[in-house]
Write a protein of this length. Structure first.
Lengths: 183, 292
């Protein structure tokens, strides 16, 4: 079993690389629409599985405070919001867009953390689909408004493929970090 | 809620900043928009390593292909390049003569001469995976003199334009992107037109072209230089199809881009040329010297 902090750090870096990895050219354009939202999947897993606080400075980013009076939630929200700015430049999105998306998702997960931990894998997949679909709708709306990018079925395709990849994320996390899943 | 409000403010500032930069230059940004642009530029530099890692499999593949090339094919390649260089040098002599003649005629007419453009060679280090966006990332940025709005060309023709820069990298939107449009002219007839992208990598369209316009299959469309963003005379594409319908007062015409948009690894970033009258005399003497 590996420790939580390094696992999440590696997962996030890997997700960042996968987010900008492009298919060999010329690949059909429609294949690009089915690319899962690796970064949002990593974010959901990270926020869902924040364990009890232990360790040093590194653990501050990836763990929960011992006396949880809301500081953990605030800290996580600020961290994912700042991470969103990095994603903005990485993906060429308007500055602040991914910060809003990441902070909104993290807030929902933290607010209903205990209830979400009771969900089955299928329920989690549906939740992942809904969250990523709404996030991608917001992204498509802002891109359309700010840069004039036309609407497409991309939000639906991205949410669908991300949902299908979610069990793999959960299984990998279970294998490496220890189980949390319910039947 | 505070974070969402801050995000909304950042999006608004960034979109306004983009508009200002696209219609003018970075120097025209003021206050918070300028600070945000600088922050964005710094964060963009930090994003470069991720793109380099993501591009690594393709870079390694090309490296492996290079080192596995045998001596015989390298010699063949050298012969081909020598022959190509000879042809280009012959063409260059004619260009120099025409350049001098053009400068003299401009002097006689009292029109302004154009400074030769400053070009920077750049390598493509990343391709954003979003299928709705045609763009690439170059390894040259502000430190190398690259600015938003600079034109990008490859050996065959116009490639795109710079839209975002950090100190060491820049984002280039390709001419085939849906948002991209180029002031152009027909090389055969001189008729001005607008060439737009449609999000397809091997297709461009001529926008709002009246049905009476003289355009034929195979016509070369080149940049007109209007607007000052793209230098005049760079090939954009060749006309692939022209259709006139009775229902519409406009022609439906499409182009095949001349630039190798998907294959090229190196490009030239061109700073817009300044226009001046004093330079005409210098240009004539410099060109005559070069011809001698």
């Amino acid at each position: 079993m590996v420790s939580h902090g390094p696992f999440m750090a590696v997962l996030i870096i890997l997700s960042l690389v996968l987010s900008v990895f492009h298919l060999p050219q010329p690949a059909p354009d429609w294949l690009g629409y089915w690319r899962p939202q690796w970064m949002l999947l990593a974010l959901i897993l990270w926020v869902q599985r924040i364990p009890a606080y232990r360790g040093g400075l590194f653990a501050l980013l990836f763990t929960k405070s011992a006396s949880d009076d809301g500081t953990t939630a605030r800290r996580v929200l600020v961290v994912v919001w700042l991470l969103g700015f990095y994603l903005d430049t990485l993906l060429g999105d308007p500055f602040g867009l991914n910060g809003a998306i990441c902070a909104a998702i993290a807030f929902y997960l933290l607010r209903f953390q205990e209830r979400l931990q009771m969900q089955t894998l299928l329920q989690q997949m549906i939740m992942v689909f809904m969250m990523i679909f709404l996030a991608e709708l917001l992204r498509a709306y802002v891109r359309n408004t700010v840069t004039g990018q036309p609407w497409s079925l991309q939000p639906l395709a991205l949410a669908g493929s991300s949902m299908l990849f979610w069990p793999l994320y959960v299984l990998a996390a279970e294998k490496l970090l220890g189980g949390q899943r319910r039947a | 809620m505070t974070l969402l409000v801050l995000s909304g403010a950042a999006i608004w500032l960034d979109s306004n900043g983009r508009r200002v930069v696209q219609s003018g230059s970075v120097d025209q940004l003021e206050g918070a928009a300028k600070v945000l642009w600088q922050v964005r530029s710094v964060v963009l530099s930090l994003a470069t390593p991720i793109y380099v890692i993501a591009e690594a499999p393709y870079t390694l593949y090309e490296f492996a292909a290079d080192i596995s090339t045998d001596r015989q094919s390298l010699l063949q390649q050298r012969e081909q390049l020598s022959a190509k260089l000879l042809r280009l040098e012959e063409g260059q002599q004619r260009v120099l003569f025409l350049q001098a003649e053009n400068a003299r005629l401009r002097q006689l007419l009292g029109s302004k001469a154009q400074l030769p453009s400053q070009a920077t060679i750049a390598e493509i280090i990343g391709v954003p995976p979003d299928p709705d966006r045609a763009a690439v990332i170059l390894d040259k940025g502000q430190d190398d003199g690259v600015q938003p709005g600079h034109a990008v060309v490859d050996a065959q023709g116009l490639f795109g334009q710079v839209v975002d820069v950090s100190s060491s990298t820049s984002w280039v939107i390709l001419i085939t992107d849906r948002k991209h449009a180029i002031p152009a002219r027909n090389n055969r007839t001189g008729v001005r037109m607008i060439v737009g992208g449609i999000g397809v990598s091997d297709r461009l369209v001529l926008e709002d072209l009246p049905a009476s316009t003289d355009v034929q299959d195979g016509d070369l469309i080149e940049t007109s230089g209007l607007g000052g963003r793209f230098p005049p005379g760079y090939p954009v594409g060749t006309v692939a199809s022209v259709e006139a319908t009775q229902d519409s007062p406009y022609l439906q015409a499409s182009l095949t881009p001349t630039a190798a948009l998907l294959k090229v690894g190196h490009v030239l970033v061109i700073a817009p040329a300044e226009v001046t009258q004093d330079i005409a005399g210098n240009l004539v003497s410099e060109t005559v010297e070069a011809l001698d």
